[in-house]
Design a protein around this ligand. Sequence first.
Ligand code: AMP
Length: 276
Amino acid sequence: MEVVRSREELRRALAALPRPLGLVPTMGWLHAGHRSLIAQAREECAAVAVSIFVNPRQFDDPADLARYPRGEATDLALCAGAGADLVWIPGVDDVYPPGFDTLVTVERLAWPLEGAARPHHFAGVTTVVAVLFGVVRPDRAYFGEKDGQQLRVIDRMVRDLGITEIIRCPTVREPDGLALSSRNVHLSPEDRAAAAILARALFAGRAAHDGGERSADAIRAIVRTVLSTEARADVDYVSLADDATLEELTVVERPALLSLAVRFGTTRLIDNVRLG
Ligand code: AMP
């Protein structure tokens, strides 16, 4: 496995790799969720590249950026173990060379949910992903369902621009249901135990839908009722939206995305399940 940093080193390493090339973009502090993306790319592609870059432009809170966990040595061990051929660890100037003046934005899909809660977040995400795709030129890029709106926004971007194919990968969960996330490291032991309520609430909503409930308000209420049993959970939103447009639903008669954001102390967690 080769590790490169500058765009020039990357270009040389890429030239030696066979195609199709799969790219797994990450912000590091890798866990079994990232590993599953790399493993899926390994199965489906002749070569696998991983990028590790904590993208300052997608953080609207400097404190959140400053405390984002980093651990290069363990990240590289996980990449090697999962079968990556190439890891790109650029510095900020490698991704955004001096004079960088481009912003890539997706419109309506990026407005609700995380976009409403974090105004500049998705413009930062789509801009960095566009740079990664432009520099790496992958045939396929692997993203997790865990970040449901991000996946849909990026999928919209690549379809609109005609670049790269997005592969959707299922959410990897802890035994108690908590979706793996680099941010889980910030949870106190009490909050970590309490955070299992996210998956319990989503699964209760999904079970109601599977049982025939079609009122979106009723399903949102079920999710909120489960969340309300956990005093440590400070609910930011509970959404039941059209799976394709992310517009809030009244009646669930098409595939839908049930998603939520919940704070435990200063740590904000997101999760989702698909209905139908
Ligand atoms: P991040 O490093 O948080 O930017 O995540 C990099 C990629 O890994 C994104 O496509 C995420 O959706 C994906 N990912 C993060 N957590 C999980 C998980 N628990 N299961 C599956 N994919 C995940």
